[in-house]
Ligand binder design. Sequence first.
Ligand code: GYE
Length: 359
Amino acid sequence: MDKSGKKRKKWVEILVVAGSICLAVLAGIGVANDDKILKDVGKDEQKENLISVGFSQVGAESGWRTGNSVSIKDAFSAKNGYALIFKDAQQQQEQQIKSIRSFIQQGVNYIILAPVVETGWDTVLKEAKDAHIPVIIADRKVKVKDESLYTTWVGADFYQEGIKACNWLNKYAKKNGKKRLNIVQIQGTQGATAQLGRTKALEDSAKEYGWTILDQKNGEFTQAKGQEVMEMYLAQYDDIDVVYCDNDNEALGAITAIKNADKKLGPEGISVVSFDASEEGLQAVKNGEIAVDVECNPDFGSEIVKIIKRLKYGRSVDKEYYITDKVFAKTKEIPSIEAGKLKWDVVQVTEDIIKKRRY
Ligand code: GYE
């Protein structure tokens, strides 16, 4: 080899060595960065075989809904072995249908659907069934021609919740010497199971106890709408005894409207009946602003995890799973209530109960 050839070889060697050092340093940086990035991620979380779950949520209209989203996110965490795709549909069924189609396209293992309304799901659920993806319906129900289009449903008995509220109201009216009641209802989203069940219970009870339903308008389960509807009622009627609100957010809005109109809350003025028993709702019960609050517990993420585990291990599941609810009031002047053959003790709201509320 001539002199220049030797020189070239030396340069090549230097470059190779320098290159290797660079690669090693870069790799080192990479490792260091990975460690840093993953420092708070447990070994379990790094497992690649997470179960993928697509969840289509109605929106964020109420304290109940927010609590429900937290419950599902907590239960389907990576730490628990799940990859959750969470989609907020902002109250729109079309958004939910789009999300379900994207879950199918992504080939998720399971779909959870919290449907905004009961009808209009046949086509998209058929698509999920054809793709062999089990669908779990959460909270509100779906009405489909073929029930095999979904695997199971988890939620509350909304009609029974309404009957519980009305049974309490009947005892309360008697205690306060009221023979007749004039009631206005602030309804939830039209066509949602919670609205349908609570409305039917009120209508059936009005017939049974001889109450008058003055009006029923949609408050969309929100505080702002609840207030707006109550303002309309107060402008139109001067003989309202009770406002029956389909959830706590509407009740809180109605209370603001009643206070702004300088009307009294309670048996000498307008009594507020509500559902959910969220932390804010219970606070209003304790303050004597809501007369009775029938619980609707949104914290059932871990129930759905159990159902999915059963499905994963090839076990059968029931078609319906009911979540049980309590009844809350400021005092125990009405100690218990009944719905059909069932009986519940009324729970008196304490600071401790409010503090422990998760939603
Ligand atoms: O009562 C209300 C929410 O479907 C049970 O929806 C649910 C209802 C709940 O927005 O607060």
